[in-house]
Ligand binder design. Structure first.
Ligand code: CP
Length: 324
């Protein structure tokens, strides 16, 4: 059984296959009937121990568009609040016939534990674990960049070779940043992290990217600028500059956006702290792809579920995208 636990596990060929399959899935969204029979009879369980809007709903939409049955499990209101363990929760879901478990958990490593424990036979997809990884977010981000920076049809089979991507803000707590650094490096992009010194992880020098502390220096050399949410809920107040100071040095406003090349895009995984890492003017501008990223998340997650659960048959066309 295959799993998707970490973007770092994906080879370039794996990543390009997922992105090309997502492009085929996006065509389904343009049809009057947005549904494929591919996963009929299979069950996808969304197992969410942490809050989510985009990831949970888009996995549900993705599974339903592939005709799978979907069970949504939220730890709030479940027997987890009575102390039930991850193992017993997983065994319960397995007994209900799960073929894939999409898990979000506050503990880094929980999806890996689920995939390697032998408790369940299902495919496991990491939907965000602690401060570790969020691989489907990185895939949908790469899909968005490839469409915007390489071109929608011209992008098939292509990577992001030589594209300069800047990731800004609370890198320390960001599973989105970690997954993006690994995937973008695999796809040939040059990644620069920009963050206050207190929000740079220990060991970042081993990551395949550059680190800068000056946003204004990096913006003119960026093809995409990804603003990260400041995760106050994971933060010790002593390590955080004031909101005003943070916005002044690391926030993206209209004046800063004007320093970016004309073709460059602004990205945000959401949810956004408007007025903190990004102003409303930038968030609502044509250059910001935040809403497009959400739509692309459905196609990307369709591709992931299809390749994990039903990938031996063609998804949409009779010719695999990589062969065209
Ligand atoms: N980007 C992201 O993971 O959003 P949610 O927390 O709403 O799922």
């Amino acid at each position: 059984k295959r799993h998707l636990i970490s973007a770092a596990d994906l080879t370039r060929d794996d990543a390009v296959l997922i992105l090309d399959t997502a492009e085929e899935m996006a065509r389904v969204a343009d049809r009057p009937i947005k549904k494929l029979p591919t996963l009929r009879g299979l069950t996808v369980v969304n197992l969410f121990f942490e809050d989510s809007t985009r990831t949970r709903i888009s996995f549900e939409a993705a599974a339903k568009r592939l005709s799978a049955d979907v069970i949504n499990f939220s730890a709030k209101g479940s027997s987890v609040s009575k102390g039930e363990s991850l193992k017993d929760t997983a065994l319960t879901l397995e007994a209900m016939g799960a073929d894939a478990v999409v898990i979000r958990h506050h503990a880094s490593g929980a999806p890996y534990r689920l995939a390697t424990s032998g408790w369940i036979d299902s495919a496991v997809v990491n939907a965000g674990d602690g401060t570790h990884e969020h691989p489907t977010q990185a895939l949908l981000d790469a899909f968005t960049m490839r469409r915007r920076l390489v071109g929608r049809d011209a992008g098939l089979g292509k990577d992001l070779n030589g594209r300069r991507i800047t990731i800004v803000g609370d890198v320390l707590h960001s599973r989105v940043a970690r997954s993006n650094v690994h995937l973008l490096h695999t796809l040939g992009a040059e990644v620069t992290l920009v963050a206050p010194p207190t929000l740079v992880p220990i060991g970042v020098e081993t990551w395949p990217c550059e680190v800068s502390y000056n946003l204004d220096d990096v913006l003119p050399k960026s093809d995409a600028v990804m603003m990260l949410r400041v995760q106050r809920e994971r933060m010790n107040a002593a390590f955080f500059p004031t909101e005003r100071e943070y916005s002044r040095r690391y926030g993206l406003d209209g004046d800063r956006m004007a320093k970016m090349p004309a073709h460059a895009i602004v990205m945000h995984p959401g949810p956004m702290n408007r007025g903190m890492e990004i102003t409303a003017e930038v968030a609502d501008s044509d250059r910001c792809t935040a809403v497009e990223q959400v739509a692309n998340g459905v196609s990307t997650r369709m591709a992931v579920l299809y390749l994990l659960l039903g990938g031996s048959e063609p998804a949409v066309t009779t010719t695999p995208a990589a062969a065209r």
